[in-house]
Ligand binder design. Structure first.
Ligand code: FAD
Length: 475
C-alpha cells in the first residue's frame, strides 16, 4: 500500500490515548515513519476556545501522552494555529502519503475535517478516519421515519438494538520511528509556550490535588470504579458526599479512555447478565451518546434553545453581585454553594448538585441558561461541547427531552434528601460545619455572621419563574 519514501501523519484530537486508538493503531500497522501531531487550534471559525480548567487538563494530558509515545519510540509534535493550515503544511513537510484521525462530531470540527479530506484527495494523500469516541455515530441511529431522535429512551433502546459494540483496539506494540522532513524531525512547540496553565493567580492547586490527567489516571479510575462503587451505582450516584460515581467524565471528554474500553471492561466482568446497577451506569454513557447525537444534528446547541419558543423567554436581569454570589458559592443555600465551591476548587461537581445549582440559576434567579453554561464551560475539567449545553438546556426546560420547566429543584429539600448528614456541605462550607441536625440545611435559622443570608426567597422566586414561563406559553 505504501510507497517506501512516504510517511504517515496521525492527527490526535480528543483521543489522547494509545489504547483503543484506531487511527494510531492503523497507522502503526502500516509501518512507515510516522508523525503524531496535536494542534492547538484557537483560530478556525466556530471552534470554541477551551475554558480555563480544560486548558489546565489539556496541558497535563498532553505531557502524559508525550511521555507514553516516547516510551514507545515515537514522539508528539505540538503545533498551534489553524488546524487545516497546520496539517496540510506538516503533511507536505514530512512527505505524508497517509493521513489518519478519529472522527469528531461538532459542526465546525466536521467542516475542518471535510475540507482536509478534500485537500488530501486533491494532493494524492490517502485520508483515513475512524470511529473511536462514540459507541454509536450520530448518523447511524435513526427513528422509524428516518430522522434524528429527540427523546432519550427510544434513542438508547435503538442503540442497544443496533448490534454488537466492537472490541477495543490494543495498544500498538511498537510505534514506527518518527517521520523526518529531510532536515530532521519536524519542529514541535514546547508545551510550556502554550501557556495553558494559570499563573497569576495560579488557582489550580485543588485540581492538582484531585486529578491525575492522562491515560494511566483514566484506566486506574476505571478499574477502581468497576471494582467497587458500580455495584451500588443506582443509589450511590445520588449521594454527593460519597464517591458513588466513576468520575470518568474528564477522561472521556479528552479521550484518555475510550467508551469502547469502558464497555468492554463491563462486559468482561459481566459476560452474561448485566446487573441493574451496571445497566444504570451504562445508560448514563447513553446520555453522553444522546447529547452528541443532539449536537451533531443541532450544531448551535450551546447558543440557541433547542425549543425555539424558549428564545422568547423573558429572563430577569441579574446584577453582577448576584451572579458573583452564585459563581462563588455565596447564595446562602448550602447545597448550591457547596456545589459551586466544589466546582471552583476541583473543576468538577457532582451531577445531582449540578442539577440543583443550574436550576437555582435558571429558575430561582431567572437567568438565561447560556450564562451558566459559559461559567461551567470555563470551570469544569469535563466541559464538553455536547454534554454541557445539552444538560443546561435539560435543566432549563428548553432542551430535547428536557425536564419540564415547572420542575424547580428545591435546594433545601434536595440537600436534606441526598446529603442528610451534611457530610458534603461540611466539606465545602467550613462556615457552617459546626451546625448540627436540620440547621446545616437551613443555616439562616442559626443567624451566623460568616455565612450569607439567602439571596432570594425560594417560594417567591419559584412563583416568579412560573409566571415567566406562563407568559411564554401565552405568547
Ligand atoms: P458517572 O455517573 O460515573 O457517569 C459516567 C459517564 O456517563 C460520565 O463520565 C459521562 O460521560 C456520562 N454521563 C453521566 N451523566 C451524564 C449526563 N447527565 N449527560 C451526559 N453524559 C452523562 N457532563 C460532562 O461530561 N461534561 C459537561 O460539561 C457536563 N455539564 C453538565 C452541566 C449540567 C448543568 C448538568 C446538570 C450536568 C452536566 N454533565 C456534564 C453531566 C454529568 O453531570 C456529568 O457527566 C457527571 O457528573 C460526571 O461525573 P462521573 O464521570 O462521575 O459520572
Amino acid at each position: 500500500m505504501a510507497s517506501t519514501d512516504l510517511t504517515s501523519l496521525v492527527w490526535l484530537r480528543d483521543d489522547l490515548r494509545l489504547d483503543d486508538n484506531p487511527a494510531l493503531s492503523e497507522a502503526a500497522h502500516l509501518g512507515v515513519p510516522m508523525t503524531v501531531v496535536y494542534v492547538l487550534d484557537e483560530e478556525s471559525d466556530g471552534v470554541r476556545a477551551l475554558g480555563g480548567a480544560s486548558r489546565w487538563w489539556l496541558h497535563h494530558s498532553l505531557a502524559a501522552l508525550s511521555a507514553d509515545l516516547e516510551a514507545k519510540g515515537s514522539r508528539l509534535v505540538l503545533r498551534r494555529g489553524k488546524a487545516a493550515d497546520v496539517i496540510s503544511s506538516l503533511a507536505a513537510q514530512t512527505h505524508a502519503g497517509h493521513l489518519f484521525w478519529n472522527r469528531r462530531y461538532g459542526g465546525p470540527e466536521r467542516d475542518i475535517d471535510a475540507g482536509l479530506k478534500e485537500w488530501a484527495a486533491g494532493n494524492g494523500i490517502e485520508a483515513f478516519s475512524f470511529q473511536a469516541n462514540l459507541l454509536f455515530e450520530p448518523w447511524t441511529i435513526r427513528t422509524g421515519a428516518g430522522g434524528p431522535y429527540k427523546v432519550y429512551s427510544p434513542f438508547w433502546r435503538a442503540c442497544l438494538a443496533a448490534g454488537d459494540i466492537r472490541d477495543p483496539f490494543d495498544v500498538p506494540q511498537d510505534l514506527p520511528e518518527p517521520a523526518s522532513s529531510g532536515r530532521g524531525l519536524p519542529a514541535s512547540d514546547s508545551l510550556g509556550s502554550w501557556k495553558l496553565l494559570p499563573t497569576s493567580p495560579d488557582w489550580s492547586g485543588g485540581l492538582a490535588d484531585t486529578w491525575v490527567p492522562g491515560e494511566k489516571g483514566a484506566l486506574d479510575r476505571l478499574t477502581d470504579f468497576l471494582d467497587g462503587p458500580i455495584e451500588d451505582y443506582g443509589t450511590g450516584r445520588n449521594i454527593p458526599g460519597t464517591e458513588g460515581t466513576s468520575r470518568l467524565s474528564p477522561y472521556l471528554r479528552f479521550g484518555e479512555v475510550s467508551p469502547f474500553r469502558v464497555w468492554r471492561e463491563i462486559r468482561r466482568r459481566h459476560p452474561r447478565q448485566v446487573p441493574a446497577d451496571v445497566g444504570i451506569f451504562r445508560s448514563e454513557l447513553g446520555w453522553r451518546e444522546f447529547n452528541w447525537h443532539l449536537l451533531y444534528h443541532n450544531p448551535e446547541l450551546a447558543t440557541r434553545s433547542f425549543r425555539p419558543d424558549f428564545e422568547k423567554f423573558e429572563w430577569g436581569s441579574l446584577s453582577r453581585q448576584e451572579l458573583a454570589a452564585w459563581q462563588q458559592g455565596q447564595t446562602g443555600y448550602p447545597l448550591v454553594d457547596a456545589g459551586m465551591r466544589q466546582l471552583w476548587q476541583t473543576g468538577w461537581m457532582h451531577n445531582r448538585v449540578r442539577m440543583a445549582a443550574a436550576s437555582f440559576l435558571v429558575k430561582n434567579l431567572l437567568t438565561d441558561w447560556r450564562v451558566g453554561e459559559q461559567w461551567f464551560w470555563d470551570t469544569l475539567v469535563d466541559a464538553d461541547a455536547a454534554n454541557n449545553p445539552a444538560n443546561w438546556q435539560w435543566v432549563a426546560g428548553s432542551g430535547a427531552d428536557a425536564s419540564p420547566y415547572y420542575r424547580i429543584f428545591n435546594p433545601v429539600t434536595q440537600s436534606k434528601k441526598f446529603d442528610a448528614g451534611g457530610d458534603y456541605l461540611r466539606r465545602f462550607i467550613p462556615e457552617i460545619a459546626g451546625l448540627e441536625g436540620k440547621a446545616i440545611h437551613e443555616p439562616w435559622t442559626a443567624e451566623l455572621e460568616s455565612y450569607p443570608q439567602p439571596l432570594v426567597e425560594l417560594p417567591e422566586s419559584r412563583e416568579r419563574a412560573l409566571d415567566a414561563y406562563q407568559k411564554l406559553k401565552d405568547s
